[in-house]
Design a protein around this ligand. Structure first.
Ligand code: SF4
Length: 150
């Protein structure tokens, strides 16, 4: 059976930074209809628990980092380690559907800021999505996947 990786919050899991549950996205049913086995992931919950301080992708002197919004803590290492382990554990995943605009899961919709908080881009890949792309996995934001399947 073909396998798809899906942001767990889209399946209704309580793992969003603020603990808010969004409910089950139509993405789940559409992936199932397409014959995918769904493998859920949430790097931020695994690394930092829920609820947690929100974070942003930020350009620093040492490259792009995932920094917490208010305290500036660097959350990148754990997220990268989670992403590497996830894809090592699931080498047969062929599709990644990530939550749009997430700094972890957004595929081409994550926001990037400078260290003064100025918005530089709204078309970046989050940490987890970047790892999927680096491994040649097909990647789509949830908002791009839904219309494709209609
Ligand atoms: S967008 Fe990604 S990191 Fe954020 S709650 Fe959903 S699965 Fe977790």
């Amino acid at each position: 059976m073909k396998k798809a990786a899906l942001s767990a919050c889209l399946a209704g899991r309580n793992c969003r930074y603020n603990g808010e549950i969004k409910g089950r996205s139509e993405v789940v049913a559409k992936l199932e209809k397409e014959g995918y086995e769904i493998v859920l992931f949430c790097p931020e919950d695994a690394c930092f628990g829920t609820p947690r301080e929100a974070m942003d992708l930020t350009v620093t002197d040492e490259g792009v980092k995932a920094l917490t919004k208010f305290t500036g803590e660097d959350r990148t290492p754990c997220l990268v380690e989670y992403a590497e382990n996830f894809f090592n554990d699931h080498p047969d995943i062929t599709l990644f559907v990530g939550k749009a605009r997430s700094p972890s899961c957004g595929v081409c919709t994550a926001r990037l800021y400078d260290e003064e908080g100025r918005l530089l881009s709204e078309n970046e890949a989050g940490v987890m999505a970047a790892e999927a792309k680096a491994r040649g996995v097909e990647t789509l934001d949830d908002e791009a996947f839904l219309p494709l399947q209609e």
